[in-house]
Design a protein around this ligand. Sequence first.
Ligand code: ZN
Length: 278
Amino acid sequence: MHVVLCLGIILQGTLAAAQPTSFMGRLEQGGIVVGSVERGVTLTLDGRSLALSDSGGFVFGFDRDAKSTATLSTQYPDGTILTEVLTVTKRDWKIERVNGLPQNTVAPNPKTIKRIADEGKMIISVRNSTEQYPFYETGFIQPAEGRISGVFGSQRILNGQPRSPHSGLDIAAPPGTPIYATADGVVRLVHEGMILTGKTIMIDHGFGLDSVYIHMSEIYVEQGQMVRQGDVIGAIGMTGRTNGPHLHFGISWNGAKLDPQTVMLVLPASNASTNSSL
Ligand SMILES: [Zn+2]
C-alpha cells in the first residue's frame, strides 16, 4: 500500500488542531483512495465536493491520464480550511499492437461512428448520476475466473493506427463462464448489443463509482435491480468488437477510468464469505 505524499499543505483559518485528512490507497494514475473524516467536515477534490457516508467515509480516484497533482481541501465546522496538494504518480503504460483486425471495425463508416457515439453518451449519462449510498464499502472482487489477457491503461495500436488506451481489465475464459457482481450496487444499464461492447451491464456502487461488464453472452439482471457482491449477473461471451471470448471489466469514479486491479488491491472484499464461489 502506498503511503500518501503531500507536496504542500496550506492552512487557512485559526484552528490549530486541524489535521490533514487521513486516507489510504494509491495516489497514482488509475489509482483509488478511501478515507474518513469527522462529522461536520466537508471535502473537495479539485473543486468537486466529495460525498460522505454516515460514518464520514469518502472515496476518490485518478484517471489513467490524471495530472501530476490534485488539490484536496478540508473544511472544518469552524470554517477553517486545510488545503493539501497531492502528488499523483505517473505510470508507464504497455504498448499493445493488435494486427489483422477487420479494417471496418478499426475505421468504421460514418453511420457506425454515429451509433458508437450515441452508445457512448448512454454510458456517460449513467455516470452523471450516482447512488448516494456507499455500496462500494463491500470492497471489490474479481468478477470472473480466467486468464488476464489485457491490463488496464495499455496504449493500443490497432492495424498500425493508435487508438484509445485500454480502459479496463480483460479476463479470458470460455463462453458461458459466470460473471459475478464485483461489489454491491444497483444495475444502471443493461444493453443487448452495443457496437463496440456487445452485451453490456453497468453497476452503480455509489459515490461516483461504477463498474462495467462487456462482451457478455448472457445477461441475467435487469435495469434498476439491486445486486449483492458475488451475485451471478451474466456469462462471458464475445459480443461486440472482440476476437475471442473474454470479459472486459472496467471501474470508474465520476468518469475517471480506474485500474480494476488497483481497486481490488486497495479495497478487497470486506466479507470473505461473499466471494467463496470464486
Ligand atoms: Zn478490454
